[in-house]
Design a protein around this ligand. Structure first.
Ligand code: ZN
Length: 246
């Protein structure tokens, strides 16, 4: 992790390129919100990205989790253990974060798709980053309220169930951006396309629901799409949704 992996994408909004997954830092003065937390093998990178911005991990008021897949919760445990950082997700995602069940692609499903371009190299990178290590967020709690959260960046959770049953996007009205998690991405090592798209279907817990959640995203007032995987995308989110549907 070095400074070139940390990109300011809007006023007070930073995207961190973790290699095959993104996480985001929202800054308000000395305070930060962390959105998603990489793979378990990215835990040190998450902390480095905070320090590269001139912050201390104690500045992180909360970790917001779009969904509790291994590539989005890796640093949750270490941050909580060392700095007491709380973690929030939708109420529907809490039991998943607690690992009362697992709605994640299994190694067998990945093997069944290993013939697809990019799947095997991606799987090897994911394994190296701890993607198959049992990972949970036992301290995860539901969002502390409805509407805009009282956290740096003023994120507004947008329910987008499908990829997992409690997946959330986060709208940032003050900068006209939306953090889409894995409900809408702009690239992935298993995709040969770039630009707004859905992940390959085998990654989704409920594909029809994932497609349906594009509708609430399309209605948001945002001209910047910040996905869990892939590059930022500039333009009306409704256009991104239309591209993903096509
Ligand atoms: Zn992901």
């Amino acid at each position: 992790m070095n400074r070139s992996d940390v990109h300011q994408v809007a006023d007070g909004v930073f995207r961190v390129d973790g290699g095959i997954v993104n996480w985001y830092l929202l800054r308000d003065g000395r305070d930060l919100t962390l959105v998603d937390a990489g793979y378990p093998g990215n835990a040190g990178d998450v902390e480095s990205s905070i320090r590269l911005l001139g912050h201390d991990p104690r500045d992180v008021r909360a970790l917001l989790v779009t969904h509790a897949h291994a590539d989005h919760i890796g640093a949750a445990g270490p941050l909580h253990a060392q700095y007491d950082t709380p973690a929030y997700c939708s109420a529907a995602e809490v039991p998943h974060a607690h690992r009362e069940f697992l709605e994640q692609v299994t190694p067998v499903q990945v093997l069944a798709n290993a013939w697809r371009p990019g799947v095997l190299p991606w799987a090897l990178r994911a394994i190296r980053l701890g993607g198959t290590t049992p990972t949970a967020v036992p301290h995860a709690q539901p969002f502390p309220g409805t509407g805009p959260l009282d956290l740096p960046g003023g994120p507004v959770p947008v329910p987008t169930p499908g990829h997992t049953r409690g997946h959330s996007a986060f709208h940032l009205p003050s900068v006209g951006a939306v953090l889409t998690g894995d409900g809408l991405v702009t690239g992935h090592p298993t995709s040969r396309r770039t630009g707004p798209q859905l992940l390959p279907g085998f990654f989704d817990h409920d594909r029809p629901a994932t497609v349906a959640t594009l509708a609430p995203l399309a209605g948001l007032d945002a001209e910047l799409v910040l996905p869990g995987h892939g590059e930022p995308w500039h333009g009306p989110v409704a256009d991104a949704v239309a591209a993903a549907r096509s």
